[in-house]
Design a protein around this ligand. Structure first.
Ligand code: IPM
Ligand code: MG
Length: 410
């Protein structure tokens, strides 16, 4: 087989070319990562072969990152890892340890920024049989589009008392004395910079609107804290409405600011603190959510908890222009559970289903999700879920994977 043929690539018309046996790089991850990978790989391969027989299959290629990379290569994120994903476009990763001290703040953030994966896509839905803290978890069916490259995640911060902080304060005093006067304890203040651009906001909101259109979703909610942060979060909202009008022909409804696209899709907005109430009180009113990086981080966990799915929520980091995408387990490394065959691999598996859908293997994605949902509904679950409900059969990580395989149907 010709090498380039085996790689997924971006066609000139902006569509993915996916060979029948694509090379897909994967990062096993730290802590419980190996338990999850060993249980999940057979499930993903089985879902593909259930639907496509021997016509299609994934050629897995392991890449190093995190502690394993550090132990072997003395670097947390080898250049080769980024280079191979850059070349192969699509990859999947387990949880990674955040290195303590030194250069990289977070490997997850470094991967997102290194490949300019500007959309963090996190679907949140309820699975039958999961115990939730709310009465109607099934009313939650949202897909979060979280901006993934800007906001305070740019990581530009200066600690209290250092030269930069003092220089910044001195500059502010000189240029904007009235602003400088608002800083209550200047000598002991750290400073952080929150960049939010029009381009960055537009590409994220555009992706959310396109997703809503393609998936017949009724609305996109722009979630922001623009009442306080006018020129970052407020601009995000304004740019979103302008984009909906300019690129999608939306017109104001109810006297604005909400707008509606010709096909009926509504674009509305909600201030982030109110949104956290909304998801509890009126979850059915929100479908696709477009928000900034930090709000997206908070809202994803709150929503995941609401469906009881904090450990089973999938995620994707995508650049829809270049085609680069990394799918990931959204939970941490759970080092205390590592190697014990007890953790729940569902977050990784559901991320793999998102990946299969992304490369156009939607039937395999559906098969995997259906089998996983059935396994959970039957109460054949890992310890985290078994503890919460009666009549569950507690399974180890691998056995849970095998149970899913036994429920696969094409
Ligand atoms: C997430 C995580 C990460 C984030 C951490 C691990 C850096 O919470 O993916 O939501 O803050 O983005
Ligand atoms: Mg988070």
């Amino acid at each position: 087989m010709n090498d380039t043929k085996e790689k997924i690539s971006m066609l000139p018309q902006g569509r993915l070319y996916v060979p029948n046996f694509p090379v897909i790089p994967h990062i096993i991850g730290d802590g419980c990562g190996p338990d999850i990978w060993e249980a999940s790989r057979p499930v993903i391969d089985a879902a593909v072969s259930k639907v496509y027989g021997s016509e299609r299959g994934i050629v897995w290629r392991e890449l190093l990152a995190g502690k394993k990379a550090f132990d072997i290569l003395h670097t947390w994120l080898p250049d080769e890892t980024l280079a191979v994903i850059r070349e192969c476009l699509v990859g999947i990763k387990g949880p990674l340890t955040t290195p303590v001290g030194g250069g990289i703040r977070s490997l997850n953030v470094a991967l997102r920024q290194g490949l300019d994966l500007y959309c963090c896509v996190r679907p949140v839905r309820y699975f039958d049989g999961i115990v939730s803290p709310v009465r109607h978890p099934e009313k939650v069916d949202m897909v979060i589009f979280r901006e993934n490259t800007e906001d305070i995640y740019a990581g530009i911060e200066f600690p209290a008392g250092d030269e930069e902080s003092q220089a910044f304060y001195a500059w502010l005093q000189e240029k904007h004395p009235e602003q400088a006067a608002k800083i209550r304890f200047p000598k002991s203040s750290g400073f952080g910079i929150k960049p939010v651009s029009r381009e960055g906001s537009e590409r994220l909101i555009r992706a959310a609107i396109l997703y809503a259109l393609q998936n017949n979703r009724p609305s996109v909610t722009l979630v922001h804290k623009g009442n306080i942060m006018k020129f970052t979060e407020g601009s995000f909202r304004d740019w979103g409405y302008e984009l909906a009008k300019r690129e999608f022909g939306a017109h104001p409804i109810g006297g604005g600011p909400w707008v509606q696209l010709p096909g009926g899709l509504v674009v509305k907005d909600c201030i982030c603190d109110a949104f956290l109430q909304e998801i509890l009180l009126h979850p059915a009113d929100h479908s696709v959510v477009a928000t900034l990086n930090l709000n997206g981080d908070y809202c994803s966990d709150a929503l995941a908890a609401q469906v009881g799915g904090i450990g089973i929520s999938p995620g994707a980091n995508v650049n829809y222009v270049t085609g680069h995408a990394i799918f990931e387990a959204t939970h941490g490394t759970a080092p205390a559970l590592a190697g014990k065959d007890v953790v729940n691999p569902s977050s990784f598996l559901l991320s793999a289903a998102m990946m299969l859908r992304y490369i156009g293997w939607g039937r395999a994605a559906d098969a995997l999700e259906r089998a996983l949902a059935k396994t959970i509904a039957l109460g054949q679950v890992t310890a985290d879920l078994a503890e919460q409900r009666d009549n569950a059969t507690m399974l180890g990580t691998r056995a849970f994977g095998q149970a899913i395989i036994s429920h696969l149907s094409a």
